[in-house]
Ligand binder design. Structure first.
Ligand code: NAD
Length: 295
């Protein structure tokens, strides 16, 4: 049992923080949304007054915020995380914040003598709720070893990906594949429909065939085929188009930096940009299927 701080009680952060409460930890939560904080409290969490309050009560501090700039400003701000951090703290960023932000975060921690990890997650909202996330961690091996028992309370597969920032590298590579795959599946479902093939029959073929994937069987873009998928709840409470687009662009920036050719990743990023521009930025990213249908 530990005293844990959790900043960012959104779609992913809230169920992750609630799982830490369920495992017997005292969890201090912070979010801009009053509704999220209320839900956290009604599940046994303690609302922190501000960062200073959270840092004084917790030894392990998670961030689960939308983007790298959100995380870095939370770390660097006056009266932010770094100002209140001491050597007793272990700081774990689970956001998909990108490699450059992760490196910056580790540098800020090192300058203050504080242990830090980049530890992005995959497994969607269902994985966060069921504590079955896969967590890919960048940072020193001994810091990873300290954090592992806590990460095991919210995830099933915990992997030390490598040095500082390499957890984020693993995450953007993973999401580039998932983003491309979501489009590939959506194109196939649109084509199947136009050829007179029933959605459910194509789902049964593909999910038992070589097109099988997480994006199909867990987050199927067509509504009604996977009851727990965001598409089956009108593309809500999932992984928004704007966040997936952010990850696709992080992958493109990283690819440019190191000179890797990512032709499909680049095309997929453009499609998500168009989908977001068409008014779908805040809907689950599987909405790309409806966009390709012409809706
Ligand atoms: P979200 O937008 O639902 O949640 C983010 C939360 O951060 C919100 O509740 C927001 O109010 C809060 N927040 C923002 N600024 C804040 C501040 N200054 N102080 C306190 N709270 C603040 O996003 P999410 O879907 O939970 O995703 C979080 C991160 O996890 C992102 O980096 C995303 O790319 C990644 N991710 C998401 C999924 C998914 O399926 N949704 C899966 C894996 C990884």
């Amino acid at each position: 049992m530990a005293n844990i701080g959790f900043i960012g009680l959104g779609t992913m952060g809230l169920p992750m923080a609630i799982n830490l409460v369920k495992k017997g930890n005292v969890v201090y939560g912070l979010d801009l949304s009053e509704k999220a904080v209320k839900e956290f409290e009604s599940n046994g969490g303690v609302a922190a007054v501000d960062i200073a309050d959270l840092m004084s009560n917790a030894e392990v501090v998670f961030t689960m915020l939308p983007t790298g700039p959100h995380v870095i400003s939370m770390y660097e701000a006056e009266s932010g995380i770094i100002e209140h951090a001491t050597s007793r703290h272990l700081l774990i960023d689970c956001s998909t914040s990108g490699v450059p932000s992760a490196r910056k975060l580790h540098a800020l921690g090192r300058a203050k003598g504080v242990r830090t990890l980049d530890a992005p997650v995959t497994g969607a909202v269902a994985g966060a709720e069921a504590a079955t996330l896969t967590i890919m961690v960048g940072g020193d091996r001994d810091v990873f070893d300290c954090a592992k028992p806590i990460l095991e309370q919210i995830g099933k597969v915990i992997i030390h990906a490598g040095a500082e920032g390499v957890g984020q590298a693993a995450k953007i590579c993973n999401n580039m594949v998932a983003g491309i795959n979501k489009i590939a599946l959506s194109e196939a479902f649109v084509l199947a429909k136009k050829l007179g093939l029933d959605d459910k029959i194509f789902f049964d073929v593909a999910s038992n065939g070589s097109a099988q994937s997480f994006s199909l069987t867990k987050t199927c873009p067509v509504p009604g085929l996977v009851p727990t998928a965001p598409s089956s709840r009108n593309y809500t409470n999932g992984f928004t188009t704007k966040l997936l687009l952010k990850d696709m662009l992080l992958a493109q920036e990283a690819a440019m930096e190191v000179g890797a050719g990512t032709v499909l990743g680049s095309a997929a990023a453009q499609l998500y940009q168009l989908c977001a521009n068409a008014g779908h930025a805040d809907r689950d990213s599987a909405i790309i299927y409806q966009y390709l249908l012409g809706k």
